[in-house]
Design a protein around this ligand. Sequence first.
Ligand SMILES: Nc1ncnc2c1ncn2[C@@H]1O[C@H](COP(=O)(O)OP(=O)(O)O)[C@@H](O)[C@H]1O
Ligand SMILES: [Mg+2]
Length: 373
Amino acid sequence: MMGKATTLARKRTQPALDSAAVLGALPAAVVVVDGENVVVFVNGAAEQLFSSGASYLCGLPLTDLLPPDSPIFSLIAQAHDDALVVSEYGVVLDTPRTGHRTVTVQAVPINETPGCVLLSLHEQSIALKIGGQLASRNAARSVTAMAAMLAHEVKNPLSGIRGAAQLLEQTASEDDRVLTRLIVDEADRIVSLVDRMEVFSDKEPIDRGSVNIHQVLEHVRRIAENGFGRKVRFVESYDPSLPPVFGNRDQLIQVFLNLVKNASEAVPADNGEIVLTTAYQHGVRIAVPGTDTRRHLPLVVTIQDNGPGIPEDLRPHLFDAFVTTKPSGTGLGLALVAKIIGDHGGIVEFDSMPRRTIFRVMLPMVEEGDTRA
Ligand SMILES: Nc1ncnc2c1ncn2[C@@H]1O[C@H](COP(=O)(O)OP(=O)(O)O)[C@@H](O)[C@H]1O
Ligand SMILES: [Mg+2]
């Protein structure tokens, strides 16, 4: 009886909604094109994006709105041909109507009207994440420059200082020898600090091959369970059919070790839990920097913890070097994660709220033509 009454009450207050109004209110820009790439529908956000009204936009070929080499055309073709939802991160729109913006585009085939493809262009949420991701690449770049500077401007003079101290030591009195030893030891300490930064310097292109990501995660879990994560409960949910990653095994171990270590340090002392998952996702691609190529990123690994979450003020700079909230933290863990994943052409992003922080790593699989570097 109660159930029925509430249903009735709900029915009475339900406003008359039509789907056009819902689409109109949607913050993402929605554009539908037909089989000839002619615009047949735009919502309010798309009108704003293209600074024009629906009556003008509908009927226009998409080539009048976007340059012919826009990746959006190949997205449409792919959605169309493969009957799949495909997404692309970091698509740059740079037209007189839109101005310069970076968006995430999803192309969705509309099954009910064959030939039609819906485009959804997000400027915010997901695109903000990609903003964070690109910021993580910039962060990695600045650390790389700094690592190179440290190697040249600090390490070389240090070896001169060290050598001079050793020369002095030969003729120094017993008392003074304490001082020359001090110079040598401190010089060595700085060198080892600088060496820690060396992982960031751009050396050769990384040596990549076919890597079983589950073996990587198993390895990381074993290290964690026997050390820093002894008290944590690990939950694994793996897709056993996942194809191999095109990557460097040692570097990927480093990535997931850093992420699992952070998660272990974040979880409560009692009932700490870390969930590791792997999955295959269709249709996410990202432009390979400096090329026209777009690489699919179908392999998704997530590391979720039930810690307090990432402090709000840290989030915009999370992947920068030396960002830490830990008394003896280095702030290099996530900077290295960003650098390695960037070198792999992948994406790392995070979602965080109390009791549920997720780091998501998207990686390329081995494709035809991938050879070991
Ligand atoms: N899973 C997480 N939950 C909460 N905060 C995190 C998590 N991972 C990273 N952080 C925050 O990001 C900061 C930077 O992490 P990282 O680069 O690994 O450096 P470090 O661990 O040395 O502090 C950490 O100090 C912490 O404040
Ligand atoms: Mg860390």
